[in-house]
Design a protein. Structure first.
Length: 316
């Protein structure tokens, strides 16, 4: 969900291919090489060989906010990466006539850079370790939640409560109907579910302040599309002439109707208080059955690292 508004269109044709990242625009699987399926992860497409083998390299900053934001040397701490596998039904997109596919992972390797300090730097670092200086570790954490949307024209979703200084900064919402757990459906694409309006409530503060008044049937979604396309520019502070999202207006309607909320501009009262985070949506007609809502929340995270390596807890 983050890759589409975050990366430019060139990324999916260049270095993105090395980590199996590519926009998946297919709504119907095509039988190829007598296999009839394509292995994918999120928005990834793999054209398998006759044996169906593949390999890829995914930088952890593509997944974890900690790896993207924190670029200092970490000393004296054990790193643990836990991978929880989902079913093959959420990793395969196949044709109706093809047999059910299966993904077999033979090998996973974790490469981590190691820094050798110069002698001049060792002395100052050892002094900090001996004095047990406390160092702040700040980054933007990412959390993905999902919920079943009721068959109604209104929808309220409480994402959670956060304490200072952990505050939500960006929220990305997407809907899918009937795509989970079915290899013949492509969960790399999303549905607009005839949404009329949606907003975020942080306590009593609303984002955005003005209704979207969406009507996808009449091409009325320019504001929502604009907010999604400007995510990379506002998130990374880059010039909009240099970076744009992968999503064109035509693709936004039919393939990637993602709703991006910038909640980073918060008043002093919100900054110093407990924040109750809620999503509220209104639809032009009742939502179909088996519709899921997905929310990616990017929040501030602040930890304290004891320079002797005795105190630090990083939870992904």
């Amino acid at each position: 969900m983050l890759g589409l508004p975050k990366y430019s269109d060139d990324f999916s044709r260049a270095q993105g291919l090395n980590q199996l990242w590519k926009k998946d625009t297919a709504t119907t699987a095509v039988v190829a090489d007598n296999t009839g399926f394509k292995a994918r992860q999120a928005y990834l497409i793999v054209s398998p060989t006759a044996k169906g083998t593949f390999s890829f390299r995914v930088p952890l900053k593509h997944i974890f906010g900690f790896c993207e934001d924190y670029d200092k040397i970490v000393y004296g701490l054990k790193h643990t990466l836990t991978l929880v596998r989902k079913s093959d039904d959420d990793a395969i997109f196949r044709a109706n006539a093809a047999d059910a596919g299966k993904v077999i992972i033979d090998k996973i390797a974790w490469f981590m850079p190691h820094v050798l300090r110069a002698d001049a730097e060792k002395f100052s670092i050892y002094k900090e370790i001996e004095s047990k200086v406390s160092l702040p570790v700040a980054y933007r954490t990412r959390q993905c939640d999902t919920i079943t949307v009721p068959q109604a024209t209104t929808f309220a979703w409480r994402l959670g409560v956060e304490n200072a200084p952990e505050k939500p900064r960006w929220i990305v919402i997407g809907f899918q109907t009937g795509k989970s757990g079915d290899q013949t459906q492509n969960p790399a694409v999303f549905d607009h579910v005839n949404l009329k309006n949606m907003y975020v409530m942080l306590n009593s503060t609303r984002y955005p302040a003005v209704d979207y008044n969406l009507l996808f049937a009449n091409q009325q979604f320019s504001r929502a599309d604009g907010d999604a396309s400007l995510f990379g520019i506002r998130y990374f502070g880059m010039d909009e002439l240099i970076t744009r999202s992968n999503i064109s207006p035509a693709d936004y309607k039919t393939l990637y109707p993602l709703f991006v909320f910038d909640v980073s501009k918060q008043g002093e009262k919100l900054k110093s208080s407990v924040v109750d985070d809620q999503i509220r949506a209104i639809f032009n007609q009742a939502v179909h059955a088996v519709t899921q809502a997905y929310a990616v929340v990017m929040s501030d995270k602040l930890l304290t690292f004891q320079s002797d390596g005795s105190k630090m807890s990083v939870v992904y």
